[in-house]
Design a protein around this ligand. Sequence first.
Ligand SMILES: C[S@@+](CC[C@H](N)C(=O)[O-])C[C@H]1O[C@@H](n2cnc3c(N)ncnc32)[C@H](O)[C@@H]1O
Ligand SMILES: [Zn+2]
Length: 693
Amino acid sequence: MVDKVLGRMEVLRGFIQIPTKSRNDLIGDMLTPCKTLVNGEAAKIDNYGRLWSRFLKGKFPIGSRVQLLKTKEGFQIELVKNASNDVVSMIKTQTKTELSNTPKAEKTLDYLLNLTVRRERKPYSKVIQAKPHTPVYMMHKFWARRPHNVFAELIAHPSEPGDIVLDPFCGGGVTVVEALRLRRKVVGIDLNPLATYVTEMEVSQLNVDNFWQGFWEIKKKVEPELSGLYRASCPKCHSKMAVFDWVEWEGEKPTRMKLICPNCGIQTKEDAEEDVALSKRIEENFEKIVSQRQLWYPKTAIPKGDKTEGIIKDGYTHFWQLFTRRNLLALSILYKEISMINDNDVRKFLAFAFSSSLKWASKQSHLRGEIVEGWAMHAYWLYPKTLEINVWNTFFRRCIAVARGKKYSNENIGIHYRKAQSFKDFLDSKGTCLLLTQSSTNLPIPDESVDLIVTDPPYGGNVNYGELADYWMIWHNKDEVVDKTQEIIINKNQRKGLTEYEEGLTQVFKECHRVLKSGGNMVVTFNSRKLHVVASFVIAATRAGFVLHPEGLLYQPPIRAYTTTVHAMQVGAFTGDFIFTFNKTTQLTLDKFPVEIELKNFKEHIDGLIKNHMSERITEPELRERAYRILIPFLALHSRSAITACREAVNYFESQIKRLEPNFKKLRRQIIEERRKAFLIKNSMKKSLTVLS
Ligand SMILES: C[S@@+](CC[C@H](N)C(=O)[O-])C[C@H]1O[C@@H](n2cnc3c(N)ncnc32)[C@H](O)[C@@H]1O
Ligand SMILES: [Zn+2]
């Protein structure tokens, strides 16, 4: 007799993989493939020790424990433990394969330290393919995280272990995490409290076993109740004890639902009208329950902003309106229970998983085909069909992500993270990491004390970090929104244009210049479709006293997946980054022609590119990329002495691009269509191959 927990594929496809160690007992010397019976029904065993039967297809819920018994006629299967009421074990099985695939510490420390070229002053020049995020970055949302492997190289190249690295715009923490992995000391600063919070959680150590213990404590207390909020009836056996994972709404009408039935396993149904009654009951009793149970949720009004205007116009005045009453209730119950956990670390990280769940918990989630997408837009946004996800299931999934992320960071950073209270703590090695939530226009760091600066500043108004972070911070700081006064950004509502943006960057870069050791490098990634924004950034750095190294401009292509999808083409912006290496020096000799000649050359170069752009099928992003390679060094060389000529070059380029807009649109449409066709052909070939095999 063999005990077996059923995996997703087994249930969906109708087989049981007989464990290798039990094959002798169960299959013995039977010649496979062969026919047999399972519970009296026709079955077969294949060469891989899989027992197949139609009878098994969807018979038991995923995660069920079954006993497999060899009988005279064939096999008998009995259910030992029915997992369907136990959503956690259902998800656990689903994610089991995922967990077993958890990347180990990606590279050993030896390898990482080998990346170290001792304080190399020459800019990093190797083009490396960006890799997808490691688990540490998958724990919590932050916008526009840069590729970790690129940043690791940028840090390792000009510094050595023990050096002090600064990121004045640390955002989602890539510089901080990678610097600690490489055993540097690091200062990460960001005005946005969500950025420093997420970064701190990424680098802090966690005892993952204690974390899971805390999770089970919470589960015992709230899971039965929370799952009760998501009860639905099974379309197959009509049991009312099914629990839904998500339901899609079109206005008041539920249009699609995925649920887990205790008898039938995973089910989907198109018409979930019969389940609306529960949702209505929760809505009617919401206030009463909240006040009786003394629950809390944020009551904050949505501040007027560039990225909130749309939903405010649609009638959403408060953040809580972005949630269904059911999810708001589930969140506030969970929030309260987490806050009562005694162990500090465990409470902090469960709260982190809670915070991470918020990305999925609002009506801003939606379905993309069969895939559940959390809120990923750079604006508050509700799709015509909204998605209500099961808060408990989501929280559990996020706990798994946190556990994976912490396992990774424990292995890669571990005790090397020592929280510093001030810069002084670096000097006697009390601390290795200083995180500050403040504006970098004023750095509490002594002159000439930092070895390297690696950063990724805000790109104009590309992402409105402050406005978007409010959605999370009102839960963390009990109704307090982010103070955006000093945020460097282009934002109409904050009355900040290009001038303010350039001014802000200049101030930060001046501070960077002051704290950097003489001869040191400031390495910056930057990417904007708008040349005015790129120009402001280059002008700010040079005005602050930095010199762009003659070889200090490198184009880093994006993660390959981004470039091959049809979607990426539609965006129409270059998705890679330029990497700039600026130097704090007075000694670099730079070849410089009179500005008038360089301006004339630049214009001629642009005219040449434009002339052939249709025949050579040069898209707008490609044209920009090529032009920037010429224009950026020009700006870096001349912006201090000939700012008018610099602005003229920028305006000339942008006016030409504007003139050619219809051409670019046409070309983009053509390419998208070609890609779409190629994609369809590839897919249909794949399908026919699967059918054949
Ligand atoms: C592009 S993000 C950084 C992304 C980050 N490198 C990463 O990989 O996730 C820019 C950051 O600059 C921050 N920021 C804007 N103005 C700032 C200021 N005055 N001082 C410090 N940080 C600021 C924003 O809050 C945002 O997190
Ligand atoms: Zn059922």
